[in-house]
Unconditional design. Structure first.
Length: 286
C-alpha cells in the first residue's frame, strides 16, 4: 500500500469514527437490537425481564449519568441529550433560564418543561435475547425515590458486586402497566429481584467477547446537533430531508434548511422510549 493510500485510509477511518454511530450498524434493525426497553407486549398488563449488568473495564460504576430534556416535538415526547454537560451551548437550557428569570409564576411552571433531567444508562445482557450481545438500558432518576436505580443500587451493598463475571447475579425485573395523568398506559419496573450467584456465561470466550465489547451508549443513542436543539427551542419542528441530508425547520408553510447532516446520518431510527410522556412532572429537585 502506498503512502497516499495509507493516508487516505487513515483519514477515512478517522472521519468515520467522528461521524457518530452510522458506521457501526449495517441496518436499523441491528441498531434497534442494542436498545433494552421495558415494554410490555400488547394485551398484557404485566411481564418479566431478566438481565445481567456487565462490569466496566476500569472497575468503576456501571451506571453512567446523563442529562436529557424531555419535550414534545411534532406531538411526540422525545428525549434530547443536553450538550451543556459536555461544555457546549444548550439552546433548551437558555429557554429554561430565560423563563425562570422573569419572576412570573406561569413562566416558572412552563420552564419545568425545558429542565434537563438526570438519567442513568447501563450496559447489560438481555438474558431472553443473548444472541443480540450487549445492550444499553436508559432510565430516569427519581428524586423522590422509588426509581429503578433506587431498586438496583442497594443490591451492591446487600449482595456484593452483582456485575462480577463469576459470582455476579442476574436480575429479574417485574413489569406492570400504570396510568399516566393523561390516561395512557406506561410501564413501571415494580420490583427487581436478584437471582442466585452465577457466572456471566459458561463459555470463557463469550465472557471475553461481552466484557471487551467496545460499543458505547453514544453509538446507540442519538445526540442531536445544536441546530436541531435551536429549532426545538424556537418551537419549530425539525424534519429530516433525505435528499439534502439535512434537517429542515417546518413552521406553517415556512421551511429553512439547517445543519450539515454529518451527525444525523440515521435520523429515522426510532428510540423505543420515544413516546414515553414524563410520568413524574412533579418529581424535580426544586
Amino acid at each position: 500500500m502506498t503512502d497516499v493510500a495509507k493516508s487516505v485510509l487513515a483519514q477515512y477511518e478517522k472521519n468515520k469514527a467522528a461521524s457518530g454511530s452510522s458506521g457501526k450498524f449495517a441496518s436499523q434493525e441491528e441498531r434497534m437490537k442494542k436498545y433494552f426497553a421495558t415494554i410490555i407486549p400488547t394485551g398484557k398488563r404485566e411481564d418479566e425481564r431478566r438481565i445481567r449488568i456487565l462490569p466496566t473495564k476500569d472497575g468503576g460504576t456501571p451506571f453512567i449519568e446523563v442529562k436529557l430534556h424531555e419535550i414534545q416535538v411534532d406531538g411526540k415526547w422525545i428525549k434530547l441529550y443536553d450538550p451543556a454537560q459536555d461544555g457546549k451551548r444548550s439552546p433548551l437550557n437558555e429557554v429554561y433560564d430565560a423563563l425562570m428569570d422573569t419572576g412570573i409564576e406561569s413562566d416558572k411552571e412552563l420552564a419545568r418543561t425545558y429542565y434537563a433531567r438526570k438519567f442513568f444508562i447501563v450496559k447489560l445482557i438481555d438474558r431472553d435475547n443473548e444472541e443480540d450481545g450487549p445492550k444499553f438500558w436508559r432510565f430516569k432518576n427519581k428524586y423522590k425515590g422509588g426509581g429503578i436505580f433506587d431498586k438496583i443500587g442497594p443490591l451492591f451493598k446487600n449482595k456484593g458486586d452483582i456485575t462480577d463475571v463469576e459470582t455476579g447475579r442476574d436480575l429479574t425485573l417485574s413489569l406492570v402497566l400504570e396510568k399516566s395523568n393523561n390516561g395512557k398506559d406506561y410501564t413501571v419496573v415494580s420490583t427487581v429481584i436478584p437471582e442466585d450467584p452465577s457466572p456471566l456465561h459458561t463459555d470463557p470466550a463469550k465472557v471475553k467477547e461481552w466484557v471487551e465489547d467496545t460499543l458505547t451508549w453514544r453509538d446507540v443513542y442519538a445526540i442531536k446537533t445544536e441546530e436541531y436543539l435551536e429549532m426545538v427551542a424556537n418551537g419549530e419542528t425539525p424534519k429530516w430531508d433525505p435528499d439534502s441530508k439535512k434537517y429542515v425547520s417546518k413552521t406553517g408553510t415556512a421551511e429553512a434548511t439547517i445543519g450539515d447532516g454529518k451527525t444525523e446520518e440515521e435520523p429515522d431510527i426510532p428510540d423505543p422510549q420515544v413516546d414515553d410522556e414524563p410520568d413524574d412532572k412533579d418529581d424535580l429537585p426544586f
